[in-house]
Ligand binder design. Structure first.
Ligand SMILES: Nc1ncnc2c1ncn2[C@@H]1O[C@H](COP(=O)(O)OP(=O)(O)O)[C@@H](O)[C@H]1O
Ligand SMILES: [Mg+2]
Length: 249
């Protein structure tokens, strides 16, 4: 049985996709079988691993509306296997809302293929809508990327309330694995303090090390690669490898 990890934060631009891709690549490097699931209609994960979302025949959307089995959507890429998405997925939200058991669509789809994987990472969209609820319902654990800036904790409370609802209603064993501190700037006095505050306020583990801010992270997706393959010895790649090690330890 695969261990399923959702990467979630309803705020956009906090490095959910970057973290899902980098952790997936880092875990795959250890020899584990990894599946990355793009659950964002914006399809950044698909795009950043070199796929062209607009020219895909089938995506996670077709799976969620019951049109194709998930196995038919998998791409075997250099980093890991990927279930891509595209803008069609925006329509799945409305479709799912009309269905009984709508929270379980992703979980049910993954049951078909999870024997083939050790780890499944789900990249969530920037909302707390039905897609994110689906990811949290399918997951064993959730990781929360958080940008190290003032007020970055706002919204974490709301996310934790949603996680609490999911635990109560659809997935009682969901665990919060911790926070990944992203776009960390060690020169900013406040960075470290913000991290400590957020961790303490919500009793969450801040996974080590923080991921520093670097232009390399914006370059890698344009090359269709994870930071690990784009700049294998870059401190950002090393940091994600270290987090991945502690995740799978
Ligand atoms: N450590 C980092 N330093 C600098 N830029 C980063 C870093 N991590 C991610 N980024 C960039 O920030 C932007 C948002 O990241 P992304 O992973 O797409 O966030 P999200 O999925 O939460 O919306 C992207 O352009 C990405 O390349
Ligand atoms: Mg994203």
């Amino acid at each position: 049985m695969a261990r399923t990890i959702a990467v979630a934060n309803q705020k956009g631009g906090v490095a959910k996709t970057t973290s899902a891709v980098a952790l997936g690549a880092a875990i795959a490097e250890t020899g584990a079988r990894v599946l990355l699931v793009d659950l964002d209609p914006q399809a950044s994960l698909s795009y950043s691993l070199g796929l062209d979302p607009d020219s895909l025949d089938v995506t996670i959307h077709d799976v969620l509306v019951g049109r194709v089995p998930i196995g038919k959507t998998i791409h075997q890429l250099a980093e890991a296997d990927v279930v891509p998405s595209n803008i069609d997925l925006a329509g799945a939200e409305a479709y799912l809302l009309t269905r009984t058991g709508r929270e379980y669509a992703v979980k049910t789809a993954l049951e078909d293929i999870e024997v083939h994987y050790n780890y499944i990472l789900i990249d969530c969209p920037p909302s707390l809508g039905v897609l994110t609820i689906n990811a949290l319902t399918a997951a064993d654990e959730v990781i929360i990327p958080l940008q190290c800036e003032a007020l970055s904790h706002r919204g974490v409370g709301q996310l934790l309330e949603t996680i609490e609802d999911v635990r109560r209603i659809t997935n009682k064993h969901l665990a919060v694995r911790g926070i990944i501190a992203t776009m960390f700037d060690p020169r900013t006095q406040h960075s470290r303090q913000i991290l400590d505050d957020v961790g303490r306020r919500y009793s969450l583990e801040v996974m080590q090390p923080p991921i520093r801010k670097s232009i390399r992270f914006a370059e890698a997706p344009r090359a269709g690669k994870s930071i690990l393959r784009y700049a294998s010895t870059h401190p950002g790649a090393l940091a994600y490898r270290e987090i991945a090690r502690s995740l799978i330890a």
